[in-house]
Design a protein around this ligand. Structure first.
Ligand code: C2E
Ligand code: CA
Ligand code: CA
Ligand code: CA
Length: 277
């Protein structure tokens, strides 16, 4: 029964939710327009489990706003998508990430950088063209940039996305399916897409060392991936035992707090000089 008290409570919650979204939209618009230092990128290393050395960095956005404090990307990226701001956010990420990649190349680091794209980005031809142009301008090859997309993006609007992916693939970009295992696609389905690797979602990895069911899921994904010749990355590796299991089972790459948290460029440079990886 919908009591009066319940609907009062419910509408208050709706209103709070609405206000939060509104201030995030307003503040994000302002942050993008004023080019202040609110937005930044951090980089999280991924290691190759054969050599146990760094092979790639995932670029992750951070937003620190004077009114709202730190806003998590999980929250503001979704709002940016709905508010029509994602193109601007992605452009900002693209420029920052590619400039940092150029910087790392100048320092003789040869790791690739993985950038996250949202659904709307892979349907935005103009944006993708700009990505290519910006890389070229910096003298970098598409092969040095990996693009991470979530599996739901491909299932929801297959045709256009697949076309765009294929043309980018032809230029040398590499794709990874993010959050693998949380959506509906199968490895058999991915086989028909221009995708090189899958990232097993961290929900299956965080407690890998102790959870039997996670072990079974991960083991199954790894055996199927090898049949379909897909590279497998495990994200969310938080302890040494999980890392050991993944290596033993032939997982290709690992990423997680056990290896390193996401770091600002300057901190990453220090980490690179001192880490065992
Ligand atoms: P994601 O792409 O799946 O990124 C992995 C998230 O897991 C990151 O959270 C990362 O900091 C976190 N993580 C890494 N290692 C561990 C670990 O060992 N344990 C745990 N518990 N967490 C770990 P973050 O940075 O908050 O990003 C959240 C999501 O926001 C990302 O999920 C991605 O979907 C989105 N995102 C972040 N940056 C960007 C961006 O530049 N563009 C777009 N479109 N989306 C982004
Ligand atoms: Ca990702
Ligand atoms: Ca993920
Ligand atoms: Ca995610």
């Amino acid at each position: 029964i919908r009591t009066g008290a319940w609907s009062v409570h419910y509408s208050a919650e709706l209103e709070a939710n609405y206000n939060r979204r509104l201030s995030i939209t307003t503040e994000l618009k302002r942050a993008l327009a004023t080019q202040q230092d609110e937005l930044s990128m951090v980089y999280q290393p991924k290691i190759d489990l054969r050599s146990m050395k760094v092979c790639s960095m995932e670029a992750l956005i951070r937003w620190n706003n004077s009114k709202l404090g730190h806003v998590a990307p999980d929250e503001f990226i979704a709002i940016a998508e709905q508010a029509g701001l994602i193109e601007q956010v992605t452009k900002w990420v693209m420029r920052q990430t590619i400039s940092d990649l150029a910087y790392f190349r100048e320092q003789y680091y040869d790791f690739t950088i993985a950038m996250n794209l949202s659904t709307q980005d892979i349907q935005n031809k103009a944006l993708l063209n700009e990505l290519v142009a910006f890389l070229t301008e910096k003298g970098l090859s598409p092969a040095s940039l990996q693009l991470e997309i979530t599996e739901s993006d491909l299932v929801s609007d297959a045709t256009l996305a697949v076309e765009n992916l294929s043309s980018l693939r032809a230029l040398g970009f590499r794709f990874a399916i993010d959050d693998f295992g949380t959506g509906y696609s199968s490895l058999a389905y991915l086989k028909n897409l221009p995708v090189e690797s899958i990232k097993i979602d961290k929900s299956f990895i965080l407690a890998l060392a102790t959870q039997d069911n996670d072990q079974q899921i991960v083991h199954t994904i790894l055996s199927l991936a090898s049949i379909f010749d897909l590279r497998v990355v495990a994200e969310g590796v938080e302890d040494e035992e999980s890392l050991r299991i993944l290596k033993e089972w032939g997982c290709d790459e690992a990423q997680g707090y056990f290896i390193s948290r996401p770091l600002k460029r300057e901190d990453l440079e220090v980490w690179l000089l001192n880490s065992p990886f």
